[in-house]
Design a protein around this ligand. Structure first.
Ligand code: A3P
Length: 292
């Protein structure tokens, strides 16, 4: 099947593509259930990793078949996504028979459908440092045929800094969700870097937020199954069954590292990025690790 790379356009102040907005009315009117769990991220911050962890925490023991035959994007549907010829993200959510429903979104905070708030749903946000996030996004746009053409790395980085990416500005996204966390206790804000540094500790934090009494032994098993190499080799987790991605260009599970930006940023790019970053992040208490 041929896919068409979309153009970016301004959508209520956020850069978007039609694949993320064509189903807007229905997405905004989505009826969340009180036990729904929303996994929210800026693209390339570790969405799939968190989705897979949540899926294993809730369903590993109960449904062995799921592990062998249901791809992660069908277990944790992407709410706002719509591509011709496939069920919409919303339809996939609505066809889920398992509870709780695990739902993925990249929406900035102001676009989250109202019923999630009305139902006081639990949400897990994963944030990743801007530099690695930008690098990962660049390679993703190269290989994903329903993302805009990334062009060269230098111009991509400029557009990243300007917020001209699908789902808008990284700076607005991570700080918007961070601000929400201060007043909404059912939001757990996690960091990709912490998950790489100590997956076991972060799993424990997650279980405690969710009120799960998963045993240490089971958590250890899950920790093993969600390591980068294990997920990269797992066709249900590595997106190899997704027709919009061209793995000949770049794999979805690319490096899974903190600090890979060092092999992409020139000294000059790094300096101007740091200067711009300071300005953009001057009013927030949110901080990131760019190395571990
Ligand atoms: P890289 O491109 O830097 O390798 P998302 O799921 O939000 O699209 O994020 C994808 C990024 O998360 C990719 O980063 C991918 O390799 C990384 N990732 C996925 N699973 C991971 C894991 N188990 N451990 C570490 N990184 C992981």
């Amino acid at each position: 099947m041929e896919f068409e790379r979309p153009e970016l356009f301004d959508f209520h102040g956020v850069s978007m593509t039609h694949y993320m907005t064509d189903n807007w009315e229905k997405v905004q009117n989505f009826k969340a259930l009180p036990d729904d769990i929303l996994v929210a991220t800026y693209p390339k911050a570790g969405t799939t990793w968190m989705s897979y962890i949540l899926d294993l925490l809730y369903f590993k023991q109960k449904d062995k078949e799921r592990e062998k035959s249901v791809a992660i994007f069908d277990r944790v549907p992407f709410l706002e996504f719509i591509t011709p010829g496939f069920p919409t993200g919303l339809e996939t959510v609505e066809s889920l028979t398992t509870r709780p429903r695990l739902i993925k979104t990249h929406l900035p905070i102001q676009f989250v459908p109202k019923s999630f708030w009305d139902n006081n749903c639990r949400m897990v946000y994963v944030a990743r440092n801007a530099k690695d996030n930008a690098v990962s996004y660049y390679h993703f746009d190269r290989m994903n045929m329903v993302q805009p053409e990334p062009k060269d790395w230098n111009s991509f980085l400029d557009r990243f800094m300007e917020g001209k990416m699908v789902f808008g500005s990284w700076y607005d996204h991570v700080t918007g969700w961070w601000d929400k966390k201060q007043t909404y206790p059912n939001l757990l804000y996690m960091f990709y870097e912490d998950m790489v540094q100590d997956t076991g500790r972060e799993l424990e934090r997650l279980c405690s937020f969710l009120g799960l009494s998963t045993s240490l032994e089971e958590r250890e098993r899950i920790r093993g199954g969600v390591q980068f190499d294990a997920m990269k080799a797992n066709p249900m987790a590595n997106y190899s069954t997704d027709p919009v991605m061209d793995f000949k260009v770049s794999p979805f599970m690319r490096k899974g590292k903190v600090g890979d930006w060092k092999s992409h940023f020139t000294v000059a790019q790094n300096e101007s990025f740091d200067e711009h970053y300071k300005m953009k992040m001057k009013n927030t208490t949110l901080t990131f690790k760019t190395t571990i």
